[in-house]
Design a protein around this ligand. Structure first.
Ligand code: SAM
Length: 256
């Protein structure tokens, strides 16, 4: 799956959701100035930018294994400490931060349990570790529409509602407790995104971004056109603008 795309390509696909989700996650995590915080799996940096607006860029760090995303995040959040790194091996000392957050990342970690343990390690005792992930099975209309259309044409399509390990609060809370985090709480986070027209929805899939885009590009031109028309039909054949809702589940816990 590809996150080796430019920051603005990602923005048109998922980043337009990330900027709306970031303030909700920061508030759920209870991060307030003065505090030092890290955005793990930062992508082009929607959450890092939100943290920088609240805490000051000098109090913010960010990490991602995608070179193009690290470059975009560093450019968009000047003064933040942005590094090329995976969650499972964060290049910061123990107890460096008051908060470690990650947005839409735990499902993409190679070893989510190790990644969350690392997030806890770099946070001081009493600090917070928080994340969120889409409710792929039901509440994320942009992806649900795409995968339901794909499944109707190809029952073996790698529906994120089936392949993603974490999709609700209980699934996330288990990992947080296993990482020995205390006071674990979960909550739904709801956002909505406006689309200008159907192309505004569809064309980002053709950039190959994320699992949906990767699947889209794996299809023949003919199958891709059939999938596009099935998505259009499932969205009600929009001729102008429309809005899609998306629900994420968030989890927070405190480093003991
Ligand atoms: C869906 S994007 C989310 C990006 C950003 N947090 C946001 O809210 O838009 C998933 C991100 O996880 C990153 N990623 C993949 N494997 C990772 C790992 N092992 N550790 C940390 N980040 C990882 C990808 O490069 C990508 O930026």
């Amino acid at each position: 799956m590809s996150f080796a795309v430019a920051g603005d390509t990602y923005d048109r696909y998922m980043g337009r959701y990330s900027v709306r989700l970031a303030p909700l996650l920061v508030e759920f995590a209870g991060v307030e100035a003065p505090a030092r915080a890290i955005d793990v799996g930062c992508g082009p940096g929607a959450l890092a930018a939100e943290l920088a607006a609240r805490l000051g860029a000098a109090a913010v760090a960010a990490a991602d294994p995608s070179e193009s995303f690290v470059a975009a995040c560093a450019e968009r959040t000047p003064g933040a400490d942005v590094r090329l790194a995976r969650a499972e091996q964060l290049p910061w000392e123990d107890a460096t931060f008051d908060a470690a957050l990650s947005q839409l990342v735990v499902n993409f970690m190679q070893d989510a349990d190790a990644g969350v343990r690392e997030m806890a390690r770099v946070v001081r005792p009493g600090g917070v570790v928080a994340s969120c992930t889409w409710e792929y099975r039901a509440g994320m209309e942009m992806l649900r529409t795409f995968w339901d259309a794909a499944l109707a044409l190809d029952p073996a399509a790698p529906d994120e509602g089936r392949v993603m390990r974490f999709q609700d609060g209980d699934e996330l809370a288990r990992v947080w407790r296993d990482a020995r985090l205390g006071d674990v709480e979960t909550a739904p986070l709801d956002v909505a995104v406006d689309y200008r027209d159907f192309d505004d929805y569809w064309l980002p899939f053709e950039t190959g971004t994320g699992p949906g885009g990767t699947y889209c590009l794996s299809l023949s031109e003919r199958d891709r056109a059939t999938l596009r028309e099935e998505c259009r039909r499932r969205l009600g054949g929009p001729t102008g603008s429309f809005t899609l809702a998306a629900r994420a589940w968030a989890v927070r816990g405190v480093r003991r």
